[in-house]
Design a protein around this ligand. Structure first.
Ligand SMILES: C[S@@+](CC[C@H](N)C(=O)[O-])C[C@H]1O[C@@H](n2cnc3c(N)ncnc32)[C@H](O)[C@@H]1O
Length: 259
């Protein structure tokens, strides 16, 4: 498991995919990956997952359960990139819901802003640059906090989880969608073949970059198993922590409440 518990500025090592790197170097490497993939990110998501990422995100939105009314409801989507989850929440919600996308990568946010304008969602979805490890928002300012396929990129996961807890109001819910561990015999072999051969080849052909996509696959294998991640969420202070596996364990949806 990666060493994710180093305090900011510590000299601990962590993993960038299968490489061991200094914990303070990981973010720069991650940022380089998303600088490269931003223009083709959404197309690649559809191609790599065969459209399944849409189903997983819709399950996340159902769990967020935003009010359909004008009741004010504030959602923070951390590592929200090009806005996909935020748009789905805003489209499912009533007029009182506001979604804030926070992401460290300006290229991803620029694509997101453009997409929001095209969809007429610029009033309900706003984009803010920021690091999950030090969120630029006051304490207790959101009713729900989501992160989809983002947490495994963050160098200090425990620091980020503490931040998610800090910005949630009492009674607020944290939801995390992340690639997980395929434990179904047969499916695991197929999944490995697909991940290590097909995805980098797609990355090379469509996005002109196999390495960036190799990192994305390797980082999935390095991420803590679902029970271990649930324990980290509990350690951050969340209560009633649970998770459910989707598509044979390809993805896990974790949930915790600030109570
Ligand atoms: C795989 S993308 C997921 C984007 C979006 N949530 C989705 O599901 O389509 C991962 C995102 O995490 C962002 N990210 C990486 N490290 C971050 C950090 N420390 N703080 C905030 N965002 C970060 C990247 O810039 C990238 O946009």
């Amino acid at each position: 498991m990666p060493a994710t518990n180093g305090a900011p500025g510590s000299r601990r090592d962590t993993h960038f995919g299968f490489r061991t790197v200094g914990i303070d170097d990981k973010q720069t490497l991650v940022d380089e990956v998303f600088d490269k993939v931003a223009p083709r990110y959404d197309l690649m998501n559809d191609l790599m997952s065969g459209g399944l990422h849409r189903v997983w995100k819709d399950i996340l939105v159902t769990a967020v359960n935003p009010p359909r009314s004008e009741r004010p409801f504030a959602v923070l989507d951390v590592a929200g990139g090009t806005g996909d989850v935020a748009f789905r929440i805003a489209e499912a919600a009533g007029a009182g819901t506001r979604v804030t996308v926070c992401d460290i990568n300006r290229e991803m946010l620029d694509v997101g802003r453009e997409r929001a304008a095209q969809r007429g969602l610029d009033a309900s979805v706003r984009f803010t640059a920021g690091n999950a490890e030090s969120l630029p928002f006051p304490d207790r300012s959101f009713d729900a906090c989501t992160i989809a396929f983002g947490i495994r990129n963050v160098p200090r996961i425990d620091v980020a989880l503490a931040e998610f807890y800090r910005v949630l109001r009492h009674g607020g819910r944290f939801l995390c969608l992340e690639f997980s561990t395929v434990d179904v015999p047969g499916l695991d072999v197929l999944y490995d073949f697909y991940s290590f051969n097909v995805i980098p080849a797609l990355g090379r052909t469509i996005a002109g970059d196999a390495e960036a996509y190799r990192y994305l696959v390797e980082s999935i294998r390095r991420f803590p198993r679902p029970k271990a991640f649930a324990d980290m969420i509990t350690a951050a202070g969340f209560r009633r922590v649970s998770f459910r596996m989707l598509t044979g364990g390809v993805v896990a949806l974790h949930s915790g409440w600030r109570l």
